[in-house]
Design a protein around this ligand. Structure first.
Ligand SMILES: NC(=O)c1ccc[n+]([C@@H]2O[C@H](COP(=O)([O-])OP(=O)(O)OC[C@H]3O[C@@H](n4cnc5c(N)ncnc54)[C@H](OP(=O)(O)O)[C@@H]3O)[C@@H](O)[C@H]2O)c1
Length: 270
């Protein structure tokens, strides 16, 4: 089968786990070399070995997305290590499940710091390079939580709505520059981030590779926005456009929020 990204150079944040890990492997299968960015070196080594097993180059870069200087160095290391850069996937993120009335402001700030400003640190680190070469793709893993607020995710929803708004504007402002901006809106995916949440049968957790495929599609076909899975996500946004009461009702009767299963949450804003 034809590799859709043969010879391309891709950097991914949050590449040590879940969707970022799946995207790294998918990119390698599509013929791309990959710079893997996250904090946990051990897990990055494991992903790197899977990328190399596909015959592609993997560069490991330890960085915290909340640290703008560390992100700038990571982008420079990716460009140097891969010999250039064509795609940047802003994907690193954390989740917090807590009713709005019980949230503390510092918890909301922490989520914004990682999920929103962490993503912006990446955009501002890579944008000058893409503007200079008049090409490149920036794709972000947003969330359906950035389209329709689902309880009890107020902190996370805030960050994803902010990200959605920023990327929609960025996309329009970069029109004609040769830079593609793509936004991916996954529904619940089966990754460590939501291991502590069980989802109802009607909206089961998806395979993170379905998001990875959407990232590839966004880059190859210059798709501006992709919801995963397409049908149920479109249904919810259409319902929301018709009436917020209708989409609230769909969220409620289908228990889209899911149920805590007693497992210890990881990556949460403490
Ligand atoms: N799973 C879902 O249902 C779902 C749905 C919609 C959207 N998303 C979004 O998809 C993205 C990936 O989530 P996931 O489900 O794959 O979660 P995950 O398995 O927990 O992976 C999260 C990744 O983010 C990295 N990360 C966290 N904080 C970081 C920081 N400060 N600096 C650098 N890297 C950091 C982690 O790496 P280290 O710990 O090694 O740094 C890890 O690689 C997130 O933006 C998430 O919000 C997930």
């Amino acid at each position: 089968m034809k590799q859709q990204l043969f010879g391309k150079k891709v950097a991914i944040t949050g590449a040590s786990s879940g969707i970022g890990r799946a995207t790294a492997i998918r990119m390698a299968k599509e013929g791309a070399d990959v710079a893997l960015i996250a904090r946990n070196r051990e897990r990055l080594e494991e992903v790197a070995s899977l990328v190399r097993a596909e015959g592609r180059k993997a560069v490991i870069i330890e960085a915290d997305v909340t640290d703008a200087e560390s992100v700038k160095k990571a982008v420079a290391a990716a460009i140097e290590g891969l010999g250039g850069l064509d795609v940047f996937h802003c994907n690193a993120g954390i989740y917090l499940r807590c009713p709005a009335k019980d949230l503390r402001i510092d918890q909301i700030r922490k989520i914004m710091e990682v999920d929103y400003f962490g993503c912006l640190n990446c955009v501002y680190a890579v944008l000058p390079y893409f503007l200079e070469k008049k090409s490149g793709a920036i794709v972000t893993t947003c969330s359906m939580d950035g389209k329709k607020g689902v309880p009890p995710d107020a902190a996370y929803v805030s960050a994803k709505f902010a990200m959605n708004g920023f990327f929609q504007v960025l996309r329009q402002e970069l029109r004609g520059t040769g830079i593609h901006v793509g936004i991916i809106y996954p529904s619940r995916m089966d990754t460590p981030q939501i291991e502590h949440v069980d989802c109802p049968k009607i909206t089961p957790k998806g395979n993170p590779d379905s998001v990875a495929k959407a990232v590839v599609k966004s880059v190859v076909k210059k798709k501006k926005e992709i919801m995963v899975p397409s049908f149920s996500c479109h249904l919810l946004t259409w319902a929301d456009a018709i009436s917020p009461s209708l989409s609230d009702w769909l969220v409620r009767v289908n228990n889209i929020a899911g149920t805590e299963n007693g497992k210890e949450p990881i990556n949460e804003a403490k």
